[in-house]
Design a protein around this ligand. Structure first.
Ligand SMILES: C[S@@+](CC[C@H](N)C(=O)[O-])C[C@H]1O[C@@H](n2cnc3c(N)ncnc32)[C@H](O)[C@@H]1O
Length: 221
């Protein structure tokens, strides 16, 4: 590995990622830095009628943690709720490729999903991702087959309806990760945490990784 590659790998704390993936993660990290510096322009609640250009991405710590978790599974079907511009999907799809799995990612806005798809192609990961555009709650209900991993990272008032929709579709041993459980700690995410902890077969813990992750595992009784 060259010095340049080592530097880039150290940036994301990961030495096994290939060049294409590191390049794409680097481009996302630069965009995140620009976003952090730019003044925020958005309607209250973050919904601006489809003109939203902010990535709202999970960030490198959480991305790497998702990658580690998924790499511990065998050929998992991964469900991502909230594609946005595709950052977390790169970490998930890289782990899907490494384990023989696949990623199904859902996003309500077509322009975000199209950007995510173009980035996944640059990263050499597009063939491992099924991009779906529409309302996640409705699309989860239509999902055929079961899932082994879920990332919950869309508008917070949808966490509970999504949980109700995907819970019957969890395979034994499935892992569910929900983002923004510590920051911003909204009433909606607290409702989600109580609800998933009350489900039969669920073990769950809140971890201070990134913006706070509720990590839950399903094992039927
Ligand atoms: C926090 S961002 C996701 C960030 C992404 N996981 C990442 O780390 O790169 C939340 C996304 O959920 C999307 N979203 C909101 N409501 C949705 C719905 N009903 N169905 C699908 N996606 C939705 C938003 O458009 C937004 O892009």
């Amino acid at each position: 590995m060259s010095d340049n590659q080592q530097d880039r790998a150290a940036l994301v704390g990961e030495s096994r990622l290939d060049d294409k993936v590191l390049d794409v993660l680097g481009a996302y990290h630069r965009r995140m830095d620009e976003e952090r510096r730019a003044p925020r322009q958005e309607a209250p609640g973050g919904r601006d009628g489809g003109q939203d250009q902010r990535m709202r991405a999970v960030g490198p710590q959480t991305g790497r943690f998702l990658n580690i978790l998924v790499r511990s599974l065998t050929a998992p079907t991964i469900l991502e709720l909230g594609t946005s511009f595709g950052y977390s999907g790169i970490w998930l799809a890289e782990a899907a490729r490494a384990t023989g799995g696949k990623l199904i990612t859902m996003e309500v806005h077509g322009y975000k999903s199209a950007y995510a798809q173009a980035m996944a192609e640059k990263a050499g990961l597009a063939e491992h991702i099924d991009f779906r555009v529409g309302d996640a709650v409705a699309m989860i209900r239509e999902l055929r087959g079961k899932v082994d991993f879920v990332l919950v990272d869309l508008w917070k008032d949808l966490y509970l309806p999504c949980l109700e929709a995907f819970y019957p579709k969890l395979n034994a041993g499935a892992i569910v990760v929900a983002d923004n459980m510590i920051y911003p700690a909204t009433e909606d995410v607290k409702i989600y945490a109580r609800a998933i902890r009350a489900k039969a077969g669920i073990s769950s813990v809140l971890l201070p990784v990134g913006s706070g992750l509720e990590v839950s595992r399903y094992e039927p009784e």
